[in-house]
Design a protein around this ligand. Structure first.
Ligand SMILES: [Zn+2]
Length: 155
């Protein structure tokens, strides 16, 4: 399943990427009419929306769409679970930009760590993943543990 999320669902989009799903967010595109943009572009993706009117318009166009009913992210994730997504945290997609992650080269890891003031021994303690686009490193550290904890609230 691949998705595109409306303006209200930025956090949900981030989580879907964390679960490994290819998910675009309308806020990452420059467009003057987001609803029309969502209806007319990326039609091979399931449209996720919090907006009943947009949902109805999508359905009238035979577009696959999901109307998200809850405001809280954990409940939104739960709704997505009901339609069959797997809520396991994966390290294969950048949660910021949706690009596929890969192992960093020594030089890339070093550059990011220097720039962000991350301790050099991170590399010995954790396996690292790298987003080429954001020049960002990922590892299963405290941020990961917080995510696991957050997901324990899933019903
Ligand atoms: Zn990225």
């Amino acid at each position: 399943m691949r998705f595109i999320a409306d303006r209200m669902l930025g956090k949900l989009a981030t989580w879907l990427r964390i679960f490994g799903y290819d998910t675009l967010y309308v806020g990452d595109f420059e467009t003057s009419d987001e609803d029309l943009f969502l209806l007319e572009n990326f039609t091979d993706r399931i449209l996720l929306t919090r907006d009943k009117e947009l949902y109805d318009r999508a359905v009238r166009r035979n577009r696959k769409a999901v109307l998200i009913r809850n405001d809280s992210v954990i409940d939104q994730i739960s709704e997505m679970k009901d339609i069959g997504i797997d809520t396991e945290i994966r390290m294969d997609r950048c949660s910021v930009c949706n690009a596929i992650l890969r192992k960093p080269t020594d030089r890339e890891a070093k550059e990011v760590m220097e720039k962000e003031g991350i301790e050099e021994n991170l590399r010995e303690r954790y396996e690292l993943w790298y987003c080429e686009k954001c020049k960002k490193l990922y590892w299963l550290g405290s941020h990961y543990r917080n995510m696991v904890k957050f997901l324990e609230n899933l019903k």
